[in-house]
Design a binder for this molecule. Structure first.
Ligand SMILES: [Zn+2]
Length: 67
């Protein structure tokens, strides 16, 4: 899992941190001009263990990587 600071319009934070699985992170095309990802912060379990987009858990992600 990878976190990105998102430039979403959530009112509480200018740069909320969300957790995403690898698939969703790749889908956001990090590093491109249109990408909502402004910073890859690496994975910290304290930010949550479920993908904010598709709901995949850290456990499921690890299982996929072990296939
Ligand atoms: Zn996902």
């Amino acid at each position: 899992m990878i976190q990105g600071d998102m430039t979403s319009d959530k009112s509480s934070e200018a740069y909320p941190v969300e957790t995403f699985c690898d698939d969703c992170y790749e889908a956001m095309a990090p590093g491109t001009e249109d990408s909502p990802v402004v910073q890859d912060q690496g994975y910290d379990p304290s930010w949550g263990q479920v993908c904010a987009d598709c709901g995949k858990t850290e456990e499921e992600e690890l299982e996929e990587q072990n296939l």
